[in-house]
Design a protein around this ligand. Structure first.
Ligand code: FUB
Ligand code: ZN
Length: 640
């Protein structure tokens, strides 16, 4: 029955664009995220960051968007003020991303000043839209006769995608349709131009696909989903588009045939986010198999321990398998954010915690390093070793990363919980409350924890009335020896399904679940083919990857060698770097060395930084034997 419905919808998607009268496609996801509007965080780690994002990062980004002409480009395109276009041709997208971030922030907390700013900017955007729905300030002001002529380079569809994402977030957060109506008009314009029997084009930089799927989810209008399906179907297909853009833009072969991740990392992540989303409606076996293989290629061969991806500066691109240099790592902040998007979609599609493990790794490491504790300085490139010359900047000419991180941080509430007919899944451990719809009733969850510094988590379950359902708790891949108790009684035999400890019972108001995820300091080793990490280990505790900085260690750290059997100790320092747990160990000369969370590096005196340190006794060139099957990183076993 279900397969039949998928098949029918597959045909409808592949066929001509219809009136939208057909029934909606089934939602094929094993889990669906509990929306950001239903989750409030009040923890000691994220809540202050979300506040800093609202109070500092968003005003800072609006200011830079003003000062660099990004916002006035809209006023100019609208004819409200005179003047020429300023900046790069895709600068509209930064304004949209900042608005998206502002929308999540407003959902968390109303803020009249921020709302006023948002309304003002939206008014300029709306004024810049042309009567047919077209909206792009670069083309309106610079090349009005060249609209929709340079799909490989000029990012018109990319900018449209970011507008749509911002509009959906703004509508969901505030209930206002001011930006949403602009997005609908633009999406309808795209639908009139592109599709079967119309123009066969794709964007050189993916983004529109995932955005159209979001718009479909927000409106139920099938044509947006069909247009996204069309863009995905003709990508890399020479029979539909004789001149492909090549591997850089994942446009070298049809997506269903792709098995390796290639090209520009952000482009790839945005594309595969949309592919995973699309599979959740079509059950498309070709897409699912492509995602399986490409995911393995990324996480087993091409991902840094920080969940940074895209090792090459050249082309901002993925390198060869195991090509993971530390000091020259590119690891664009946007790419880690894109990986988080993709991981989140695959977690929902398959209901498998392994994807949320990567999501968590990205959030606490490769993404968070992209923004300074003050909320006003940003990394674009996130290397895993530094000679002391790489520092966060207030903004960039190409400002994709600041605007991406300021939309990602306030969206984190939307990543914490997921649900299905069977019950509720907890993907991230963050103190706060959530209201989750289950059948006809609502279940309130109250989570308390000091995560990521401590693995003890307490969840109070408050259904409106007693009811049977699952509570599925993600057991992180880094964790060994988890224990779980229900109302104070240990659960002896945990039922672990796809990485979740599943507790099924008739829940009563006030039931308490206590999860204990032990967080010893772990040494991690990399696959022997990662040449940069030969003879080295990295330190991880819980979800946090650590690094050594010169400032904590009385001098250069690049030649640091850990003792053969370091006796690790940890100390939580509330006044250091916004509150961090530091890790201490001994070097091979028995001197104490100190590591801090990678995300917090480069906040004090400039100096060397290193994630992968030499380990006394670890051979430089061990064999890559079968024990490495399917692994890029694993816990280091002492060669005793
Ligand atoms: O092209 C738009 C954005 O600028 C990309 O996603 C980033 O990699 C940067 O090149
Ligand atoms: Zn970026």
């Amino acid at each position: 029955m279900t397969i039949g419905r998928f098949f029918l919808w597959g045909l409808l998607l592949a066929g001509s664009v219809g009136s939208g009268a057909e029934p909606p496609p089934p939602d094929h996801r094993a889990l669906s995220a509990v929306p950001f509007t239903e989750v409030k965080l009040n923890d000691a780690f994220w809540a202050p960051r979300i506040r800093t994002n609202r109070e500092k990062s968003l005003p800072h980004n609006f200011k830079w968007c003003e000062e660099t002409g990004r916002i006035s480009n809209f006023a100019k395109a609208a004819g409200l003020i005179p003047g020429k276009f300023e900046g790069i041709y895709f600068n509209d997208s930064d304004v949209y991303k900042v608005l998206e971030g502002a929308s999540y922030a407003l959902a968390d907390q109303r803020d009249p000043a921020l709302e006023k700013k948002v309304d003002e900017v939206i008014a300029k955007i709306a004024a810049a839209q042309q009567p047919d729905g077209y909206l792009n300030t670069y083309f309106t002001l610079v090349e009005p006769d060249k609209k929709w002529t340079d799909f490989a380079v000029k990012h018109e569809l990319y900018c449209a995608g970011h507008l749509i994402e911002a509009a959906v977030a703004h509508y969901q957060a505030t209930g206002k349709k001011t930006l949403f109506n602009v997005a609908l008009k633009l999406a309808n314009h795209l639908d009139a131009l592109f599709g079967p029997g119309k123009r066969h084009e794709v964007s050189g930089h993916e983004e529109i696909e995932l955005a159209l799927i979001k718009l479909y989810r927000a409106t139920g209008e099938a044509r947006y989903l069909k247009l996204a399906a069309f863009f995905l179907d003709i990508r890399g297909d020479k029979s539909k588009r004789p001149k492909l853009f090549g591997a850089y833009a994942q446009d070298h072969m049809p997506i269903r045939q792709q098995r390796e991740v290639v090209g520009h990392a952000v482009r790839a992540m945005y594309l595969y986010t949309a592919v995973a989303d699309m599979a959740s409606y079509t059950g498309d076996a070709g897409f699912i198999e492509a995602m399986r293989a490409i995911w393995e290629d990324v996480v087993h061969r091409k991902m840094y321990i920080t969940a940074g991806i895209g090792s090459r500066h050249q082309g901002e691109a993925f390198g060869d398998p195991y090509e993971l240099p530390n000091d020259t790592a590119y690891c664009e902040t946007c790419a880690a954010i894109g990986l988080a998007f993709w991981a989140h979609r695959l977690n929902q599609l398959h209901g498998d915690a392994q994807y949320a493990d990567v999501l968590e790794r990205a959030i606490y490491n490769g993404i968070l390093s992209g923004i300074a504790l003050d909320g006003e300085h940003f990394f674009y490139v996130n290397p895993l070793a530094s000679a002391g010359k790489h520092h966060r900047q207030p903004f960039f000419g190409c400002a994709c990363c600041p605007s991406n991180v300021v939309r990602f941080v306030p969206s984190i509430p939307g990543y914490v919980y997921a649900q299905n007919d069977a019950g509720i899944a907890v993907n991230l451990y963050v103190a706060g409350t959530a209201t989750v719809a289950h059948g006809q009733m609502k279940v309130k969850l109250v989570q308390q924890t000091q995560y990521p510094w401590d693995g003890k988590v307490t969840i109070r379950v408050e259904p409106e009335h007693a009811a049977e359902f699952d509570l599925a708790l993600r057991i992180p891949g880094w964790c060994e020896g988890v224990t779980l108790a229900l109302n104070g009684q240990p659960i002896e035999k945990l039922e672990i399904v796809k990485g979740y400890a599943r507790v099924h019972r008739a829940w009563q108001r006030g039931d308490i679940v206590q999860l204990d995820l032990p967080m010893p300091v772990q040494r991690i080793e990399a696959h022997p083919q990662v040449q940069a990490n030969a003879g080295r280990v990295a330190i991880q505790r819980g979800p946090i990857v650590y690094c050594f900085e010169e400032v904590d260690n009385g001098g250069p750290v690049k030649d640091l060698v850990l003792a053969r059997e370091p006796k690790f100790s940890v100390e939580h320092k509330p006044d250091l770097l916004g509150g961090v747990t530091v890790v201490r160990a001994q070097d091979r000369n028995s001197r104490t060395v100190t590591a801090i969370p990678y995300y917090a590096w480069d906040h004090r005196q400039p100096g060397e930084m290193i994630v992968w340190v030499r380990q006394d006794g670890k051979p430089e060139s061990p064999a890559a034997d079968a024990t490495w099957q399917g692994k890029l990183y694993r816990r280091y076993a002492d060669p005793r």
